[in-house]
Ligand binder design. Structure first.
Ligand SMILES: [Zn+2]
Length: 392
């Protein structure tokens, strides 16, 4: 393995070198715990003396901990180390669904507490107020260990400045959400697209060994993909990589909230399915009722859901054809529709791409669905603050 997440500047200061080396140690432990000090020296290429100093200061800082002794290879059995799961806590927010959700997450990606607040049609400044409410409620806990706030939001997000450039669902344009929260709460804040965050959650917490390439498609209120290439999140030149929910399929039908017609999202998102189902079965007004009708085998609803699955499948096939990524995961509220929906997506994805590529590609549900964006937003913050090397 290589534990070389970023490149150290040629004329690094002593402090830069130390931070860089600390990050090497943290990343090795994050990926391969538990490890001895000798393992760490071997994996990072640092001297045993350096490792020893770095480990002492990281233990003092509460970020790593000793977890007993490993097997001896002759001499004294070595002490094993790991990242301390509760060494820091993170606040992760998901602003992508009809409920705004927030969670306190530890360094192992375990959710310690979560809160959901209904959006109820709010947008613009009122939606920002709801974000404050969410963070205020989560901050009622002990904040001494909170590393910062990570946010997954729908739309085009400039992660480098924390700016929501355009979020059609929330009527936000050029909203400096990151700086706004940093000012209010006095902790580091990082903001990313919600599908990008979902991809980081899978990459950071659930995939071992970590795949080089991965596509995570989130289907909920919207449809979007997070694309991991060469082990890192690929955001595109303008942070819009994976926005395939707003590729227009041409036929002029429902108007999309983005202002165009025929977007994939207007035909295959959970919101689109609820709307289409409600038009034939007026009792269906939310995702729960849609899923129940589909699973109960209501013929008209089955047709709506499976037609959409086929359409999404073809679009997934395009992604596979363009990128030849072998692992494709579907996450989000859509997972409630279960294996029949997934099977139809898989079948149409495979039939719309070269047989050789299709044969090698796995299309599955991801590990988590409800909290995937909160976890991913937390992973993003860990990346930013601890340097795990996941984003270029
Ligand atoms: Zn659109």
């Amino acid at each position: 393995m290589s534990a070389n997440p970023t490149v150290l500047p040629a004329k690094a200061t002593h402090q830069q070198t130390r931070t860089f080396n600390q990050q090497l140690v943290l990343r090795a432990l994050h990926d391969h715990s538990p490890l001895s000090r000798a393992d760490l020296a071997r994996l990072t290429g640092l001297t045993r003396t350096s490792v020893s100093h770095l480990v002492s200061s990281l233990i003092e800082d509460g970020l790593i901990e000793e977890v007993g002794r490993g097997r001896s290879s002759g001499g004294k059995s070595p002490i094993l180390l790991r990242v301390a799961p509760d060494g820091r806590h993170l606040i992760g927010l998901d602003l992508g669904e009809a409920l705004f959700s927030g969670a306190i997450v530890n360094l192992r990606g375990e959710i310690l507490r979560s809160i959901h607040l209904p959006l109820e049609g709010r947008n613009g400044d009122a939606a920002v107020e709801l974000v404050f409410e969410l963070v205020d409620a989560l901050r009622a806990d002990d904040l001494s260990r909170v590393l910062g706030i990570g946010i997954g939001a729908p739309g085009i997000i400039d992660t480098s400045t924390g700016t929501v450039r355009w979020s059609v669902n929330l009527s936000w344009a050029e909203l400096r959400l990151g700086p706004l929260l940093e000012q209010r709460y006095g902790v580091p804040v990082v903001v990313a697209n919600d599908s990008h965050a979902a991809a980081l959650a899978e990459l950071t917490f659930f995939r071992r060994p970590r795949p080089n390439n991965l596509i995570v498609i989130k289907v909920g209120r919207g449809v979007g993909a997070g694309i991991i290439l060469n082990g890192q999140l690929f955001q595109g030149d303008g942070h819009g990589a994976g926005e395939f929910g707003h590729i227009s399929l041409g036929s002029a039908d429902a108007m999309c909230r983005c202002g165009r017609e025929g977007c994939l999202e207007t035909r295959t998102s959970m919101r689109a399915l609820v709307d289409a189902a409600g038009a034939v079965e007026p009792s269906i007004t939310d995702e729960g009722a849609l899923v129940a009708a589909f699973l109960a085998g209501v013929t008209s609803i089955r047709r709506i859901v499976l037609d959409a699955a086929r359409e999404l499948g073809v679009a997934v096939g395009w992604l596979i054809g363009v990128l030849n990524v072998r692992h494709v995961l579907l996450v989000g509220p859509v997972a409630e529709l279960g294996d029949e929906w997934l099977g139809e997506v898989r079948r149409y994805a495979r039939s719309s791409v070269l047989a050789l590529l299709a044969r090698d590609t796995q299309i599955e549900f991801g590990h988590v669905h409800d909290d995937v964006v909160e976890l991913g937003a937390s992973a993003l913050l860990m990346e930013q603050q601890l340097g795990l090397g996941l984003i270029r």
